[in-house]
Design a protein around this ligand. Structure first.
Ligand code: ADP
Ligand code: ZN
Length: 728
């Protein structure tokens, strides 16, 4: 393909605007390169785009509107353009939306010297207003960090003019943004930790892979605490030695703090970070340094996959089974799968690390598509925790209590010995149901088909679907009876209440995402717990994810049966993963750990598989069931979610689609539904789902595209296609 376009030549520019695919423009003065980031006119506006090709229209080039300017950023690489095209085709996402994922950075291409930044100054305003106070508070909270005008105004919830007003008084200082400073060099040749024989063997395989310079994916399966991180850092080291960039994806930002410290210990400097907690200014710098090939290692959330790496050599997906890798909003993609796609286009390596791999990755390794490396023992004196079920049928607990006498005794023993206990319940809030004892009404969300969950800590009822909340009412919204609303069932807050009554002397910490205002507060809490600042930790699945609490020796699972209810085909896999991960929190240091699973069905095959520890047997059995049902990973699945304000219209649309399934049938696919979606109403919109199922060899996306193409969505009706849905 043509690499450079002379001045006035026709160029095709892909923009981030949802208007068609590639638009033709005239190359600017000095010409432009293929892949260049440019600013182009679109109607009355100026928008960002990328030179995508020679342009296709037959319109006289001389009469096209010219590109306004080429932005000061390295051109998008051919691999990146191919990645966006392929990922867009896979997820059936229009290209402008794909480009938006890759350009979500403020002030892209602005020369740094043109930018002003703002921080706390010395001056005192004569007149204080509430808005001004908020700005000064926000600036103070940032410490020495400078923000752009927009960022500071947004952080304070004021208009930019309030900030400007404070600049005049000297209370806020305006200064030129410093030139983007380079990231410190990471040194792959610093001595790492001495690896055990098993670790060294796995690390050697990974290094050899990195040296090959070819694409390849490895499933690094190691029990919790086996040193997977130490091992894959050696793959990172090798990529850096080869002069290539590496990306480590983590499922939770709360995990990055510990991880950054470990990277610094290994390579002598901190890597770049990319996630929602990073300031806009810092993001801009990171984006640029990644594009210039200067940032060697990025640690980030799934969106880091769309950073403009110049010489990507390795992607690590840590805790690869984690459901949060699936983006459920906007562009629906699975970061694990997209990592494999991106690496395959870059001749890069992928390491998928997990103690409990997804069935997809297990099956790919089983079929020989991925190499598999196993670490079967914990590092050092630590051994795998013992796991036992606790048959609740014999425990005779009152209906408003959830900690059995057996579990309570175990907790007492541990805290008397100066160790920590974790009580795990995967339910946020105080109680999942608010019930009127007079009329039986359950308080639900006005906008969603979901119950309101009492959060006593926030003193509100909260909808976990849409986030809407309201004060806890005194009267029943249905029958108006006073003081008859009762909290039914346990959430972590209620469990904490029970634990406080049972263990009045103990220091109790609750770890639940909704109880911490900011990622920083959550991080601080996790560090305090790790340092021994609590005797009992009560937590949701937030605690299952890779934290190291060295003093923790007991895990009590309050309701091991919770995930097994419902008809989701993934329920067994998820419960298995979650229980093994949670149990893995125990006994990470010298003292052996114990996990007790409270269950009413100790004979359930999944519970038995969790306890037996025979993971291969579990996966083989699961795989067998999926294979028999033609379900993923042995069959292909897509979810079609239709939504709208009028339930009748949404169903009509669903029925129309289901009736006109010729394109699907010709391809060998089958459609099921329409049926009410798992959550049938969200934010006032009714949701209906169709499932499309096909054997593995079927090219599903083109068939889906052909199938929905004739559809004209009227009014507020919407259609979203979810390839490889998480629940089915
Ligand atoms: P995983 O990611 O498999 O759960 P980690 O890599 O977090 O395991 O290792 C668990 C703990 O053991 C960490 O504190 C880590 O620093 C330590 N560790 C693992 N391998 C070694 C080693 N070879 N030398 C020293 N410490 C190690
Ligand atoms: Zn709601």
């Amino acid at each position: 393909m043509q690499e450079f376009f002379e001045e006035d030549a026709r160029v095709g520019v892909l923009t981030t605007q949802p208007l068609g695919r590639v638009l033709d423009y005239r190359a600017p003065e000095g010409g432009c390169r293929l892949g260049a980031f440019v600013e182009v006119p679109l109607g009355p506006r100026k928008v960002t785009g990328v030179v995508w090709g020679p342009g296709e229209g037959d319109f006289d080039a001389a009469r096209l509107r010219p590109v306004i300017r080429v932005l000061d950023a390295p051109p998008m690489t051919p691999e990146m353009r191919a990645f966006l095209e392929r990922a867009g085709a896979y997820t059936l996402t229009p290209m402008p939306a794909m480009l938006r994922l890759a350009t979500r950075v403020p002030g892209l291409g602005d020369p740094p010297s043109m930018r002003k930044v703002y921080r706390l100054g010395e001056g005192q305003p004569l007149r204080m207003t509430e808005a001004r106070t908020r700005v000064l508070d926000a600036a103070r909270e940032m410490g020495g960090l400078a923000l752009t005008l927009g960022e500071l105004a947004e952080a304070a919830g004021v208009t930019p003019s309030v900030v400007k007003g404070l600049v005049k008084t000297g209370a806020i200082r305006e200064e030129d943004s410093p030139r983007d400073t380079a990231f410190p060099r990471l040194d792959p040749d610093l001595p790492g930790k001495a690896l055990t024989d098993d670790q060294a063997a796995a690390a050697a395989r990974l290094r050899a892979g990195s040296r090959s310079g070819d694409y390849g994916t490895v499933l690094l399966k190691g029990v919790t605490g086996s040193g997977k991180t130490e091992v894959y850092l050696e793959a990172v080291a090798e990529a850096l030695r080869m002069g290539r960039q590496a990306l480590v994806l983590l499922p939770e930002i709360a995990l990055t703090a510990e991880f950054l410290t470990r990277v610094e210990a290994r390579f002598g400097a901190r890597p770049a970070e990319w996630h929602s907690g990073v300031t806009m200014t810092e993001r801009r710098r990171t984006w640029k340094m990644v594009a210039e090939g200067q940032a060697q290692l990025v640690v980030g959330a799934r969106s880091a996959l769309f950073l403009p790496f110049q010489r990507l050599g390795l992607i690590v997906v840590d805790e690869e089974h984690d459901p949060s890798y699936k983006q459920e909003d906007g562009v629906l993609y699975n970061a694990r799968d997209m990592a494999v796609l991106r690496a395959s286009l870059n001749g890069a390596r992928v390491v998928l690390a997990s103690a409990t791999p997804s069935l997809e990755s297990w099956a790919n390794a089983d079929a020989g598509k991925y190499e598999r490396l196993d670490l079967t023992a914990r590092f050092g004196p630590a051994v795998m925790p013992e796991m036992r079920s606790l048959d609740m049928r014999g425990e005779d607990l009152p209906s408003d209590r959830w900690i059995s006498a057996t579990l309570a005794r175990a907790v007492e023993t541990r805290i008397a010995a100066g160790e920590q206990a974790l009580l795990f319940l995967n339910r946020r809030g105080y109680a999942p149901v608010t019930l009127c004892r007079a009329c039986g009404h359950q308080v639900g969300c006005d906008q969603c088909d979901a119950r309101m969950v009492e959060h006593r800590f926030l003193k509100r009822l909260v909808c976990h679907q849409c986030g809407e909340s309201k004060p806890i009412p005194e009267r029943c919204p249905a029958c108006d009876a006073e003081d008859r609303l009762a909290a039914v069932g346990p959430g972590v807050e209620r469990l904490a209440e029970e634990a406080r009554a049972l263990f009045p002397e103990a220091r109790i910490a609750v770890l639940s995402s909704d109880m911490y205002g900011t990622a920083r507060q959550l991080k601080a809490e996790i560090e305090a717990i790790a340092a021994g600042g609590a005797d009992i930790v009560i937590g949701t699945q937030l605690v299952a994810k890779g934290h190291n609490f060295p003093l923790l020796t007991l895990v009590g699972v309050i309701d091991a049966d919770l995930g097994l209810q419902g008809s989701d085909l993934r329920a067994a896999e998820r419960t298995f993963q979650l229980m093994r991960q949670v149990a893995g929190r125990a006994g990470r240091a010298e003292k052996p750990g114990l996990a007790l699973l409270q269950t009413y069905q100790p004979e359930h095959p999944v519970i038995r598989a969790i306890l037996s520890g025979d993971e291969e047997a579990f996966w083989r059995a699961e795989a067998g069931e999926r294979l028999a049902a033609g379900m993923p990973p042995y069959g292909r699945l897509a979810g079609i979610i239709l939504s709208g304000g009028d339930v009748g219209q949404v169903f009509d649309l669903g029925n129309t689609l289901a009736r006109n399934d010729g394109a699907l049938r010709r391809a060998g696919a089958q459609v099921f539904g329409p049926a009410a979606a798992p959550v049938a109403r969200v934010r006032g919109r009714h949701r209906v789902r169709l499932l499309v199922k096909a054997p593995r060899g079927v090219a599903l996306q083109p068939a889906l595209a052909e199938w929905v193409a004739p559809l004209r969505l009227k009014g507020d009706l919407r259609l979203a296609i979810d390839i490889d849905p998480q629940s089915f």
